[in-house]
Ligand binder design. Sequence first.
Ligand code: ACO
Ligand code: OAA
Length: 371
Amino acid sequence: MTASKGLEGIVATQSAISSIIDDTLTYVGYGIDDLAENASFEEVVYLLWHQRLPKEDELAELKQQLADNMSIPQAVLDHFKTYPIGDVHPMAALRTAISLLGLYDEKAEDMSEEANFEKAIKLQAKIATIVTAFSRIRKGQDPVAPKTELGYAANFLYMLNGEEPEAIAVEAFDKALVLHADHELNASTFTARVCVATLSDMYSGVTSAIGALKGPLHGGANEQVMKMLMEIGSEENVESYIRQKLDNKEKIMGFGHRVYRNGDPRAKHLRAMSKKLTELRGEEKWYNMSEKIESIVTGEKNLPPNVDFYSASVYHSLGIDHDLFTPIFAVSRISGWTAHILEQYSNNRLIRPRAEYIGPDMQKYVPINER
Ligand SMILES: CC(=O)SCCNC(=O)CCNC(=O)[C@H](O)C(C)(C)COP(=O)(O)OP(=O)(O)OC[C@H]1O[C@@H](n2cnc3c(N)ncnc32)[C@H](O)[C@@H]1OP(=O)(O)O
Ligand SMILES: O=C([O-])CC(=O)C(=O)O
């Protein structure tokens, strides 16, 4: 038995949800460019869950279900005020809150298909409230209740800021949600599938996935990209900062990918949004710096940017706190996680690979006083 480090190149499951073939990303056979230009996030959620696009009445019903399920138990809101340490990372708070939410769902352990679909809707609806409420509570502000007439993206920004967002912000945020919704067997989705393949419940699967997304080699990279941009501070510092990092063999956050070799097809959409939004806000420097970083890293290492690189300046331009970038990734990706969990349940087998043993040969036990 020979291990593939990081399971590179291993095909671990079959899935009909999304595919990456020859650097082309599709959700259920629809190209990501097509979806980014034309579909709303709610349509994509429906597509991932049902493997077909919704008809008008089906989309209206899903929007209604999401709006109806956005409220969260008071106990979940209250628990945000109980943390013993000050700067709790919102991904840690989110991971805990989703787990806690499971305790307030009387159908949490109901493994029927109907109950699992209901849980997917509840989770997709409530995650927006959890992230925005946590953000407000930690600033000493009251949570804002959703407006049922607003779409998912608009409601998120409304609950975050307490005022209705501009159309351009809603359009950009909705597109970002579409672009992040699913991505084949990425680390967090794989984590979710491994968890529920033991026939554990959906709350456990999503809680595990949030833990995996949090890391800086995965979803956590978008926050690290913004941290790097802030550290660099200005266009003239880009060259020396990046070259020094590369000389020291340090990784540049937001670059590289396990599967894409010729570039992440989502990055160009985020790059265009970053250009537009930073110009609109009169803060072009974030885009200009990003573009300069891209040209150096691509030129020196032949490493193209991934989805996390330009999403940083997009979210920054939308006025979003930097440590909320990864929770926002989760707000979108929960649609993919729940779709994969439903797919895993529908054709389940325990996921249990092997390890190549590299420890010592068989040894004889030595009594403690003889060691
Ligand atoms: C949503 C997402 O999860 S997208 C990914 C988000 N993560 C990041 O942006 C973090 C930065 N990127 C990385 O760490 C990696 O490219 C990963 C984790 C995305 C992919 O990792 P792997 O497929 O394991 O590639 P691995 O880390 O082995 O890199 C291969 C080579 O490219 C180099 N490399 C990869 N990414 C980078 C980077 N961002 N900056 C500099 N060098 C890099 C590695 O140092 C390695 O070089 P070597 O062969 O000389 O040792
Ligand atoms: O697929 C991956 O390995 C990481 C990624 O880009 C994503 O999860 O969107």
